[in-house]
Design a protein around this ligand. Structure first.
Ligand code: NAD
Length: 290
């Protein structure tokens, strides 16, 4: 399990692949954006020229791509050329149905696969402290665990194929809601002319504390360094959060559930994206409370 093919070296994949390479894995990367390789060369990550090579020359293939359509396209090409005994893991956030479908195609080719979306953001990717939410069988999970341990500090086998994606969707629904709620608390605090440093000190150790405040404080120059300190440069883009919320809401519809708060937050993200701010960090939603 020493040769890794990594597809998608963007905000997350860049650091994940770098951490693997720095822990003595041999990593070859594939990305349509050539510029990502400039900064990866110093970490011994070489650009692989085709997906066929990725498919046929590695022990493990990891994908970290923007959405379901792209993951399906990439997995289809890889699975058509894959060497036997290669394991394939998708760490992107995609819909459960596509994830299950791709697991099934892999199975028909006798290839073991996992869905393993992550939580922890680019900070977690950089520091190797991601949480992996895994769907698949126990034997494949055990084989991949050493890689999860290099890229993160926690991995949990949530259940059979697709369970990682289902868990991730619940997490991001809650994250979008807590960040939006935090936006309302900040709005109220500002209306009372509160000192925001004191506001942070109290709330981050009180019952209102949450990851959105303690680790990703969306108030400029308050709390740990976050996208708010850098004009909301992502991080995790609002466009991607809107995708995740849409996945959660469409799963809720299929399950005949009515997620009222989630629906409201989804509308705010839609508004934000319509205002051409989709490329900015998802925490910018604090400016869209109403
Ligand atoms: P990103 O857009 O920064 O990176 C995606 C990379 O995929 C880019 O480098 C892009 O060039 C590449 N790519 C796109 N199409 C391709 C193709 N056809 N072939 C090869 N490469 C292609 O996105 P990201 O922020 O790294 O997120 C990746 C995934 O991780 C998404 O599914 C996202 O929802 C999930 N995620 C992101 C974060 C975060 O904080 N950014 C956190 C958790 C999960």
């Amino acid at each position: 399990m020493k040769k890794i093919g990594f597809v998608g070296l963007g905000n997350m994949g860049f650091y994940m692949s770098k951490n693997l390479s720095m822990n003595n894995y041999t990593v070859g990367g594939y990305d349509i954006n050539q510029s990502v390789f400039q900064n990866l060369k110093e970490f011994n990550i070489n650009q692989v020229s085709s997906l066929i090579k990725i498919a046929s020359e590695n022990d493990v293939i990891i994908t970290m791509l923007p959405n379901s359509v792209i993951v399906e396209e990439i997995w289809t090409e890889i699975l058509n050329n894959i060497r036997q005994n290669t394991l394939i893991v998708d760490c992107s956030t995609i819909d459960i149905e596509t994830s299950k479908k791709l697991h099934n195609i892999a199975k028909t080719k006798n290839i073991s696969s996992l869905d393993a979306p992550v939580s922890g953001g680019t900070i977690g990717a950089e520091n190797g402290t991601l949480t992996f939410m895994v769907g698949g069988d126990n034997e494949t999970y055990k084989q991949i665990t050493p890689l999860f341990e290099v890229m993160g500090n926690k991995s949990i086998l949530c259940g059979p194929a697709g369970s990682g994606q289902a868990t991730k969707m619940c997490n991001n629904l809650l994250l979008a809601i807590t960040m939006s709620g935090l936006g309302e608390a900040i709005k109220l605090a500002n209306s009372q002319s509160l000192d925001m440093e004191k506001f942070y000190q109290v709330l981050s150790t009180s019952t209102g504390s949450c990851w959105a405040l303690n680790n990703y404080c969306p108030i400029k120059n308050i709390g740990p360094t976050s996208p708010a300190d850098n004009n909301f440069k992502p991080g995790f883009s609002s466009q991607l959060m809107l995708k995740d919320l849409s996945l959660a809401l469409s799963a809720s519809l299929q399950a005949n559930l009515n997620l009222n708060i989630g629906k409201k937050v989804l509308k705010n993200y839609q508004k934000l994206v319509e205002n051409q701010e989709g490329h900015l960090d998802f925490s910018n939603i604090i400016n869209y409370t109403e």
